[in-house]
Each structure stands twice: as structure tokens, then as C-alpha cells.
Design a binder for this molecule. Structure first.
Ligand SMILES: *Cc1c(COP(=O)(O)O)cnc(C)c1O
Length: 414
């Protein structure tokens, strides 16, 4: 089958809730993807940071296949011999007392919401059904009906009401706004330490630190959504480390599964996750042995291959190079670690199409930002190559139509 036939099948029989680039990928290895026509591409999206370890990492593959041959699912009705080891690894790595495993990021966010609400009622003493969780403008925490209830993006919400109440919104980065919205019924502040989907927005220095202090002062839980920013992407294990804070609750997902298997988790100390009693919450697949064994290997690779440090060093190197590009449409280069947003003054999609034609895959976010987030195993040479492609595209595209079309004619040359 050819590319066009796959696309036709997908368009015909699949729901159109995505608008993917028109390539059909069939193989992945490290930072490289191959499409069914045999063309190779440098992956600069890393599945929204779910493959920080690189595609089909051999060590994760080994753990995954070994476990898949032995035992994959018991449900939590019985214990298995993998989940306790993952708990211990996460505790040793992060210092938090406890873990509650789920599958998708959205489910872990829902779990954190339930945990902090129950904490609010049973520990803090908030009157029944009055608990508030403050969220930030521009947030992205997933796609469930409750989560989109506090999205500020009209497209994420429109048509999906009625919405779940109890989520006041504050401006991201505005500490006074947060201060003014905290009241006796505030159970938690839920925030991305760096907003990913909003366009890789790093908050003003000191914001998270001050927010954490405010929370502590008011007996409000600080919940960090590190699903995208965590596990090395930002150049630290967790992005909150830039502000020397320790959130009460940390939500992880994406790279926790090493690109092989969906697994997410909520981490906290006993005072918060301890509110759950048997039967309060659960998931058939959550914490299954295949997920646990895969996640353990995924974490081991992050540690053993120094991916956090790589992200930090190579990210700085990449960002400095990108800042040398002179283009009338490039307004800002921002980010942390190997997580870089190129902010344009016009839609980024044509640039992503042009980069695709040069053998580099990235995805625009929020219309005008090109997000660069390759697997953290990328090498310096590969970064140099990616830089040349970006520079060519940014300096040759001058209008939305003319030169983009010219770029599309470029013979693929990798
Ligand atoms: C991707 C993401 C989620 C949702 O994760 P899913 O696995 O897609 O449900 C939540 N929060 C943040 C910050 C994310 O980037």
C-alpha cells in the first residue's frame, strides 16, 4: 500500500480529531523515523515527549518483551511482582512516599483531582462539595470532561458541556492573581511548571517558588503536572527543580512508558495519597505488571544514559544556535532543555510542512509556535543537522504562499 491509500483509509474510517502531517511512519529507531516510502526523518516531537528515551530503545524493548512473555495483567484484585518494584524505584528517584499508577496522563490528572478534593474534605475540613482547585490560564491537563471544564481554550471546550465546577482560573505567572483567588475552600493549585501545549511558556522567575510559598501559607496543596515537562525534558528531572520547590503532588506520564506502553502516576507523600481507601478509586489496567516492568526500564534508561544532563547541555547548545537565526518572522526562541519553542508572527504549520520535506518532523503548537522536542538521545551532530534545516526554512520562507511552495518542491535530501 502507498501513502495515499493509508491516508484515505484513515480519513474514511477514523474520527477526524487530529490533523496529522501526511506521512505514514512504519519504523522508529532512536531519533529517526522511517515512512513507508523509505524516507527517514529526524523526530523533533518525540510523541509529545513520550519517547524521551528514543524510539524502540533496546533496553526498554527487552524489559517489555520479557515481561510480555511472563505476565501482562492481573488487575489490582491480585498483587503482582512488578508493581512494588516500580513503587520503590519511583520513591528512590523522587523522594515521594507513595505512587498511584494509572494509564493515560489525563487519568492521572483526574486521580490527582480526586486525591486533593478528598484531602480538602477529610483533612483540611472544606465543607462538602465546596472544594476549589485553582488552575492557570492556557493550561493543558488532558481531554476528559472534567479536565476540559477548566481549559481556557475554546476549541477544547466547545460542544462538551455541561462543565465540572470548582476550578477558578488565574493568569499564568501572575502571583497576585493567585493570591486573590485563594480562599478557605481552596484545596489545591494545579499547574504546569512550564506550559507545554500553550507554546512552551516558562513562567517568570520566582513565580513557582512564590506560588508554592503561598500554598503552604494557606494550607493549599501545590500540584505540579509534569506529564510533559518531567522526566528530563526540561533539562532537570522535574521542571519545578528550577525554582527549588517540592510540590505536594507530582503527576507524571508520557515518558514514564518509554514510548512502549501507556503508564502514568501520581506521586505524593502519605498525607495526600493516604486519603484513598480500598474501593475509592481504581483502574483495570493501572499498575499492571507489563506497565510496571516497562516503566522501570524507562526510568533506568533516563538515569543510566544521563538523559537529564544531556537535555540540559544539548538544549542550551541548540537554543544558543537557534538564537543566531535572523528571520523577520522569528520573534522569540524560548524553552528549557531540549524543549524549545520558536515563536513566529504567523502560523507555524507551513514551516512544519517545509521541515518535513527536509526530513525533520515537528508539530506546531498554538498556531504560531514551532515546538522542537527531540528524543533526549539526540547527538550534537544531529542537532547541527536539524539546525541547518530550521535555519534554511526560517530564512527562505518570506510569505505564507510563495516560498513555502518552493520549499515543498525541494527534493528530499537526507
Ligand atoms: C499530554 C499531557 C497531558 C495528558 O496526557 P494524556 O496521556 O494525553 O492523557 C496532561 N498534562 C500535560 C501537561 C500534558 O502535556
Amino acid at each position: 500500500m502507498r501513502t495515499q491509500q493509508y491516508i484515505e483509509l484513515e480519513e474514511r474510517y477514523g474520527a477526524h480529531n487530529y490533523h496529522p502531517l501526511d506521512i505514514v511512519i512504519t519504523r522508529g529507531e532512536g531519533v529517526w523515523l522511517t515512512d513507508i516510502e523509505g524516507r527517514r526523518y529526524l523526530d523533533c516531537l518525540a510523541s509529545y515527549s513520550a519517547v524521551n528515551q528514543g524510539h524502540c530503545h533496546p533496553k526498554i524493548l527487552q524489559a517489555f518483551t520479557e515481561q510480555a512473555r511472563k505476565l501482562t495483567l492481573t488487575s489490582r484484585a491480585f498483587r503482582n511482582d512488578q508493581l512494588p518494584l516500580l513503587y520503590k524505584d519511583l520513591h528512590d528517584l523522587t523522594g515521594y512516599d507513595m505512587t498511584l499508577p494509572m494509564n493515560s496522563g489525563g487519568e492521572a490528572v483526574e486521580t490527582a483531582i480526586k486525591a486533593v478534593r478528598k484531602w480538602g474534605y477529610t483533612i483540611k475540613g472544606i465543607p462538602e462539595n465546596k472544594a476549589e482547585i485553582i488552575c492557570a490560564e492556557g493550561n493543558f491537563h488532558g481531554r476528559t470532561t472534567t479536565i476540559i471544564s477548566f481549559s481556557t481554550d475554546e476549541q477544547y471546550r466547545f460542544g462538551f458541556g455541561p462543565y465540572t465546577p470548582g476550578f477558578p482560573i488565574v493568569r499564568y505567572g501572575d502571583i497576585e492573581d493567585l493570591r486573590s483567588k485563594i480562599n478557605r475552600n481552596t484545596a489545591a493549585f494545579l499547574v504546569e511548571p512550564i506550559q507545554g501545549e500553550a507554546g512552551i511558556i516558562v513562567p517568570p522567575e520566582g513565580y513557582l517558588h512564590e506560588a508554592a510559598r503561598l500554598c503552604k501559607e494557606n494550607n493549599v496543596l501545590f500540584v505540579a503536572d509534569e506529564i510533559q515537562s518531567g522526566l528530563g525534558r526540561s533539562g532537570k528531572l522535574f521542571a519545578f527543580e528550577y525554582e527549588h520547590i517540592r510540590p505536594d503532588v507530582v503527576i507524571i506520564g508520557k515518558a514514564l512508558g518509554g514510548g512502549f506502553y501507556p503508564i502514568s502516576a501520581v506521586l505524593s507523600d502519605r498525607d495526600v495519597l493516604g486519603v484513598f481507601q480500598p474501593g475509592d478509586h481504581g483502574s483495570t489496567f493501572g499498575g499492571n505488571p507489563l506497565a510496571a516492568a516497562t516503566a522501570r526500564a524507562a526510568l533506568r534508561v533516563i538515569v543510566e544514559e544521563n538523559l537529564v544532563q544531556r537535555s540540559s547541555e544539548l538544549g542550551s547548545y541548540f537554543m544558543e544556535k537557534l538564537r543566531t537565526i535572523r528571520s523577520s518572522h522569528l520573534k522569540q526562541v524560548r524553552g528549557r532543555g531540549l524543549w524549545i519553542g520558536l515563536v513566529l508572527d504567523e502560523p507555524a504549520r507551513p514551516y512544519c510542512e517545509a521541515l518535513k520535506n527536509r526530513g525533520m518532523l515537528c508539530k506546531e503548537t498554538h498556531e504560531c509556535v514551532i515546538r522542537i522536542a527531540p528524543p533526549l538521545v539526540i547527538t550534537k551532530d544531529e542537532i547541527d543537522w536539524a539546525f541547518e534545516q530550521i535555519k534554511s526554512v526560517l530564512t527562505s520562507i518570506t510569505t505564507n504562499t510563495g516560498n513555502v511552495a518552493a520549499e515543498k518542491e525541494l527534493v528530499w535530501q537526507n
